[in-house]
Design a binder for this molecule. Sequence first.
Ligand code: NI
Ligand code: MN
Length: 228
Amino acid sequence: MATITFLGHACFEIRHDNTCLIIDPFLSGNPHAEVSPKDIEAQYVLITHGHEDHWGDTEAIAKANDATVVACYELAHYAESVGLKAHAMHLGGGYDFPFGRVQMTVAPHGAGGGESGQRYTGVSAGFLLKLGERTIYHAGDTALTYDMKLLAEFHEVDLALLPIGDNFTMGIDDAVRATSFVNPKTVVPMHYNTFDIIKADPDLFSSRVRAQTDAQPVIMAIGDSLEI
Ligand code: NI
Ligand code: MN
């Protein structure tokens, strides 16, 4: 059993047994966020890539909780350079943490850090998490890629978190295709309506997922939790 709470944009908190993970904690910079970084209690901060809307409040949260940042090699070393504990990984690699397994998946997208995106922070990634019996796929910021079919071929994904906002990532058309590629039991749209440029209708995504795939779509409002 895992409890997943949507904190806005691409940020999810995942509780499993006694561990709390937070992915892409973009809170203080998100006008729609409802929790403050200081309210987060997490032992691990997983970051898909260095863009500000994903790195977000990592520094404050990791420092306050003495949490470990899990990210690609280059971004993990940036985290260490600002005084954080970090575990470096890379695409395709998996690691058995005390709470479960984390594998980094490919996510075609940019990754530069800092305000202007010019700090080198490696590549963009997604995460495939194995928590007990449950498998969760956080796609990160990504284009549709045929590699997503590999997930369905070798894993039974219980929950997929997919961007639908278009412009910087997949839009609804490709996110529906990604859903059929990954074939998860449940799919949750993310990375939309935070800014005008990524406006998307989650109900349209939802109805198309129902019509065209075997997955159950769930639209999570900010603050909503889901148990899987
Ligand atoms: Ni990005
Ligand atoms: Mn983004």
